[in-house]
Structure formats: C-alpha cells, structure tokens
Design a protein around this ligand. Structure first.
Ligand code: T4K
Length: 383
C-alpha cells in the first residue's frame, strides 16, 4: 500500500558539491577581489568545460536563455526560423527577442523532437534557420536536419539545454549544426546555479560573442556593437568547477534511478517510458513517461494531481505548448491541426522525480502509487 512521503519529492534537486570545497573556492575569489568580468574562475571553467565537451569554440554566459538569444543574434538571422512547439518558453522567446518569426513544426511522436520529415514543407523564401531542441537530452535527427539545411542554405541551431554530455555514435552532441546551447541552471545535471554556454563551428564567433555578452565593449576606448550583459560571474564559475568534479558520479547514480523506474513501471499498461540513450551517451537529465489514457484508464493530469496527494511533484514538461502562447495566435503554423503529435504529447508527458540523491526505495514507492492508481481504475471499470 503506497504511503504519503513525509517530505516533498521534487522533480529534481540540484547537484551540490562538497560545501567545504565550494567555500575554499569562494575564499580564493574573495582574496582575488575579482568578482566578475572574466576572472580566473571563469577562465578555468571555460577551459575545463571545453575539454569535457570536446569543443574547439565555446563561450560561457550568465544563463542558457541569454546564450541562445545572443547566439541567434551573432548569426545575424532574419525572417523566419523553423522550430518546435514542444519546448520550454526560452527557446521561442530567444527568437522573439531577435525579431525572428517562429514557424512551428510538428514533433516526432516517439522522440518528441522536431519531426525532420515535416521541416522542408515549412521553408519559405524568408526562412534563415532551423532551431531544434534535443528534448530531454535525446538527439534530434541531426543528419536529416543538416541535409535539409545544406540544400536550402539554412543555419542549424540546437537548443541543447538538456543535452549536456549527450553523445551520438560516440560524437559529442554539440558537434552537429552551427551552434548548440547548453543550460547550466540549478536544475540541470551540470550547474553553475544559473549559467549557460554556446558551442559553435565558426571561429569568428569567438570574438563576436565575446562582445555581445559584454555590452559590445572592445576596449576601454571603443564600443563596437550593441550587446548585453550576459557574463558568468566568478562565484558561479567557482561553484561550476566543483560541480564538474562530481558530474560523472551523479550520472552513475541517475543510471541506477533510471533502471529502478524502468523495472518497476514496466508491467503497468498505458505507461511508456521515453526511451533514452544508454550509458555514457545519455545526458541523464530527465526521466519522462507518457501516459496513454485509453490503456491506463486515467489521464496524465489525473496522475499528476494524485501524485501530489502523496507529496510527489512530477512536472508537466512541457506545458503549455509554445504555439499556444497568445502572441502566436495569428501564425498559421501555430494552429493546433498542424501540430497533432505535439498536441497529443503535451497532454500525455510527465517528468518524474529524477536526481542522483533520490533513494531507490522512493522510486519503488512512487511506482507503487502509479500501479495502485491503475489497479483501482481497472477494478472500477470492471464493476
Ligand atoms: N531551453 C530549454 C529546452 C530549457 O528547458 C530551458 C530551461 C532553457 C532553454 C533555458 O535555460 P536557462 O535560461 O534556464 O539556463 C526549470 C528551470 O528553471 C529551467 O532552467 C529549465 N529549462 C526548466 C525545464 O525547468 P521551472 O520553472 O520548472 O523551475 P522550478 O523553479 O519550478 O524548479 C523545478 C524544481 O526543481 C522545483 O520544484 C524544485 C527544484 N529546484 C529548483 C531550483 C531552482 C531545487 O530543488 N532547487 C533550486 O534551486 O524551470
């Protein structure tokens, strides 16, 4: 019999490194009196991340949203950008803030990523790029997307907010497309409390992005473009350096949590676990299920609410669909009938509590709650 958890179980908990080590770092920052504007912690983190992510060109930022916003700006895009409605608001808001028009493309019903087969029909003479999202850390169909982009001379940008460390056929996920953004928010596997990065192909972007994240200041005498303040400060970079040391251990713990969920949810009709990459290829960012109301007997929203009664706070990532934001009402591509798979996913997907410190016993109990909801519904329907 499932029982109510004494403490709330959240969808995630930040990966916290050893507190003493963090305070040592902070002491170093204090003594240096360099608190922000590209100090030693920033540069050390940049170098170590570049190695970890196997990238030649990378810039780090104060958060993932500003990284993406400035990345799009650096690419000097205009007109329309084909993107997915099934994402966090930041993806499309980065387009809005660049005066770019999103053109929503439906998603693949299995991966929840943009459906590459539906992109080409949305291309017009105004299209300049494809902004795809590696949803929940699972890679998009990068080859098909690149082939379309090459054929139509489009840029490809990946929102890889969830994909830190994801690999595809042994290659780092950021090796695909013109640019990839990673988020280092507290809720992400690797975090700097708030933070983000861009990895890109064109070496000329090193300088341009450096200017864009620092008010366009070239030197004390010259301001050469209109930028923003998107610098990662020294305290956050210092925290990131300590988090980076424990990321691999966290991956192993999350692997065990994932296995426990898979084992205990396997036999429940109507619950499908989103297939994720295995082992070192996976970002281990989210553990996501899809609830088929017809088979399970109850809707995702019902399960979401029932779990809360047990003090379990799963999340409806992503809800609502970005195409349903009221300021996109007039866009033909935002009409629900053009996005049937996304409309279905947004009603069925649930991100379950998932972090390394989540005890396996808690996972078993969460699965028991879901199983009991199923059994209760089945017996009611047989009355
Ligand atoms: N693109 C995509 C595809 C994204 O998913 C995101 C962010 C972005 C772009 C933008 O990247 P950033 O600009 O954020 O770097 C959270 C995160 O704030 C957001 O970063 C993330 N995606 C999104 C999927 O999740 P909320 O609104 O769900 O956060 P919140 O505050 O409800 O936190 C979720 C749970 O995490 C809480 O119930 C408890 C736990 N938590 C949270 C925080 C902040 C903690 O235990 N400690 C904490 O400090 O957006």
């Amino acid at each position: 019999m499932a029982k109510v958890f004494q403490q709330p179980i959240h969808v995630t908990r930040p990966l916290l490194p050893d507190f003493e080590k963090v305070t040592d770092r902070l002491k170093t920052v204090w003594e240096s009196k360099q608190l922000t504007n590209f100090g030693a912690q920033h540069d050390e983190l940049s170098t170590k991340l570049q190695r970890y992510l196997e990238s030649d060109h990378m810039s780090i930022f104060s958060n993932g949203t500003l990284a993406l916003l400035l990345g799009l700006r650096a690419l000097e895009l205009t007109g329309e950008v084909i993107t997915t409605p099934f994402t966090f608001p930041a993806t499309v808001q980065a387009l809005d803030w660049n005066n770019l028009t999103p053109v929503f493309c439906d998603i693949d019903p299995t991966t929840f990523n943009i459906d590459a087969d539906k992109i080409e029909s949305l291309i017009t003479d105004k299209t300049t790029a494809i902004l795809a999202v590696h949803v929940f850390g699972n890679p998009c169909d990068v080859e098909k997307i690149q082939a379309i982009a090459d054929k139509h001379h489009l840029k490809v940008i990946y929102d890889g907010a969830h994909a830190f460390g994801s690999k595809l056929n042994g290659l780092p996920i950021s090796g695909f497309g013109d640019m990839t953004m990673f988020s280092f928010h507290a809720t992400k596997l690797f975090n700097t409390i708030e933070g983000g990065a861009l990895i890109y192909r064109d070496p000329a972007l090193d300088k341009r992005l450096g200017l864009l994240r620092n008010f366009g200041i070239l030197n004390t005498e010259e301001v050469v473009l209109s930028g923003l303040n998107a610098k990662l400060n020294e305290l956050q970079a210092g925290v990131g350096l300590e988090v980076l040391k424990v990321v691999e251990d966290e991956r192993l713990k999350r692997h065990a949590v994932k296995k426990a969920y898979e084992e205990h949810l396997a036999a429940i009709e109507g619950i499908r676990v989103l297939t994720t990459l295995e082992g070192e290829s996976s970002s281990y960012q989210y553990f996501v299920i899809r609830i088929d109301e017809t088979l399970f007997g109850q809707s995702r929203d019902y399960v979401h609410k029932e779990l809360q009664k047990y003090n379990v706070f799963a999340r409806k990532y992503f809800y609502p669909l970005c195409s349903d934001f009221e300021w996109y009402n007039e866009l033909p591509s935002a009409h629900p009938e053009n996005l049937p798979n996304a409309q279905r996913a947004v009603q069925q997907v649930l991100a379950m509590p998932y972090y390394g410190a989540l005890p396996i016993q808690s996972v078993v109990e969460i699965c028991t709650i879901i199983r009991e909801l199923y059994v209760k519904q089945k017996s009611l329907s047989q009355l």
